[in-house]
Design a protein around this ligand. Structure first.
Ligand code: NAP
Length: 327
């Protein structure tokens, strides 16, 4: 029998669930799998499925899944949850949640105006892309400025040159991918040391068409209808040069949606990540958080850590529901 894994507005409007998972990435679907294991009536609300996994090419370090295409891994997460009976309300996002009058439930309101109720919530909303904030960045966004090498690299096939900004896994992975499409790739990083895994760094160093510019920052992006140049400044010497490029790929990581978290009463750290304890409990009773949106293991935000956090959050939600006689 065909599975119906998607649900619509009318299936959630006014309904009450044991656990509502907010977010459809590895943390969210892992939480959903475990919540179902605890026989909790669970749904996932997700604007997009896959979270940051949709922005990467292959995943080679998720245990038991050797060199798997990121989109396949996303599907496996989702299908696993679906096989357990989890339904996803997709294409909408949670605007707010607040305790109801009796204090037993949370009323959740979505951007599309749907209202539903949850006995517990698992927040797995991930993070959003960090911007450089330099002249030309906004103006040329989508016209040569990209925030996703994996998504947009093929559009640059045969072009002369591009710049990738950043020193993490995404920048290195992006530079490697682009080096197969474009004649010359400049990798611009603001310091000498790289955050990227040595495996990626070693591979980049073997590519003759990738030039790494360290201690350097972009100061301006310019062009006509499309990006034509970027200005790169060496922070040590102060020298600034204009490089002709067809595209600028900004791969400088992600930041949490601090405003959303604070608005909903969640305590966050200075950077805006939701503060959780070892059991993924937030400051709000019955609200747990998992994955990249939390302050757990900063600088090591991996699929495996997100999935682990999701499972722990579900376990904690189950304990909370039992202890408070909510099941
Ligand atoms: P990241 O690890 O946070 O690295 C961001 C990089 O951008 C850092 O090198 C940082 O410099 C630089 N940066 C930050 N703000 C900047 C600014 N305003 N101007 C210039 N440079 C700036 O982010 P990511 O590379 O996007 O990776 C995010 C997570 O996904 C990581 O956990 C990563 O391991 C994971 N990931 C994994 C894979 C894979 O394994 N296949 C692929 C992609 C991503 P500093 O180093 O100086 O701070």
């Amino acid at each position: 029998m065909a599975r119906i894994a998607w649900i619509s507005k009318k299936d959630v409007q006014g309904k009450t669930f044991d656990t509502v998972v907010i977010g459809g990435g590895p943390a969210g679907y892992s939480a959903a799998v475990y919540a179902k294991r605890f026989l909790l009536n669970t749904i996932v609300i997700a604007k997009l499925i896959g979270g940051q996994l949709t922005l990467t090419d292959y995943v080679d370090d998720y245990p038991a899944c050797r060199k798997i295409k990121a989109t396949d891994l996303v599907n496996r997460f989702k299908r696993h949850a679906e096989d357990f009976g989890v339904k996803t309300y997709w294409g909408d996002s949670v605007e707010s949640f607040e305790k109801t009058g009796d204090g037993k439930l949370y009323k959740i309101t979505t951007k599309k105006g749907v209202e539903l109720y949850a006995k517990s919530i698992i927040v797995a909303v991930g993070t959003k892309r960090r911007k450089l904030g330099i002249p030309g960045e906004k103006e040329f966004s989508g016209r040569g400025v990209s925030y996703c090498s994996v998504c947009d690299a093929p559009l640059y096939a045969g072009k002369d040159s591009v710049i990738v900004v950043g020193g993490g896994d995404a920048a290195f992975e992006g530079a490697l991918l682009l080096s197969g499409y474009v004649k010359k790739v400049y990798l611009v990083h603001r310091r000498k040391h790289f955050r990227a895994k040595p495996f990626f760094v070693e591979r980049v160093l073997t590519k003759p068409n990738i030039e790494i510019l360290v201690d350097s920052v972009l100061t301006e992006i310019g062009g006509d209808k499309l990006v034509r140049y970027a200005k790169v400044k060496n922070k040590i010497t102060g020298e600034e040069k204009e490089i002709n490029v067809d595209g600028v790929f900004i791969e400088i990581g992600f930041e949490p949606d601090k405003e959303w978290a604070v608005k909903n009463g969640l305590n966050v750290d200075n950077a805006g990540y939701i503060i959780v304890d070892d059991w993924m409990r937030t400051n709000l009773p019955g609200v747990f958080a998992a994955g990249d949106c939390t302050n757990k293991w900063p600088n090591f935000r991996q699929v495996v850590t997100a999935a682990a956090m999701g499972s722990i959050a579900a376990y904690s939600a189950f304990n909370y529901l039992q202890e408070n006689n909510l099941l």
